[in-house]
Design a protein around this ligand. Sequence first.
Ligand code: SF4
Length: 302
Amino acid sequence: MADNYQKICVHCQRPAVYFDRVRKIHLCRDHLMAFVEGQVLSYLKKIRLPPVIGIAFSGGKDSTALLKAFCRIRSELPCSFLALTVDEGIEGYRQDTIQAAEEICKTLDVPHQIIRFHDVFGHSLDQLVAGSERNACTICGILRRRALEMLAKEQKIRVIATGHNQDDHAQTALMNAISADVKKTFTGLAESSWYTRRIKPFSEVSEREVTLYAMLNGLFRNLPECPYAVSSLRGEVRTLLYRYERDHPGSMRNAARFEEEIRERLGDLFIRDSYQACIHCGWPGSGRVCQVCAVLQEKRIT
Ligand code: SF4
């Protein structure tokens, strides 16, 4: 961003704070904020929203930016919202982000609910992945989805907005391709009638834009990174995609849209795949035992 510092906003001629390499335009602070909020609003306008929706809120920059955007466009929304946080139990990381989440909700005057792995699964993530840390993100993802779902049901929430941005989508698309995991591309579609609907208002907003939005709103905090992130495939894929994006602007957006289009065009084939109730917990899954119970069984703690 430093090399574009002296450039002028395409809309108002004020000093630019951001250069959009895909659209090849400079934006000032106000127009960058307006762009991000406009993307969120136009995404939400395409959806029939219930009176209250949940915002998955980790306290990290993406979900913080999303919560702030919701607050700033609050008067234009047909619904109210509350923040939902999952505490996975990750030593040296989660305490700080939970504290940040609580402070931000207080500042923004947003109601806030927290659910903890330890309370619902009997163990923290640290305990569950001890000895198999490389699988931490997979296990975390499976259990967090369930925990968030439990909290949503408890709060009678039918739609949850998540802070996933365009870069996250692109990374997921590439990870699914690398692991030849076609089914993962359609995660959640088969059981969608059971689950709370997930929406992603930042799906057309890049990570740089989200980060800058959080910074411009004074909400960017130097929080510790999850200790398991370094050993994840996602970290490697992220580095790779950044390189592509630098050399070929638009790669990130195209990869994200590629997966979205596949989901839209071929999703019906997977929705037809039947799902069944887990023999242990009764929640839906693709086999006799759902993924959550499979994880817990593997750790011999069911
Ligand atoms: Fe969970 Fe992995 Fe994210 Fe850490 S980096 S919170 S383990 S998904």
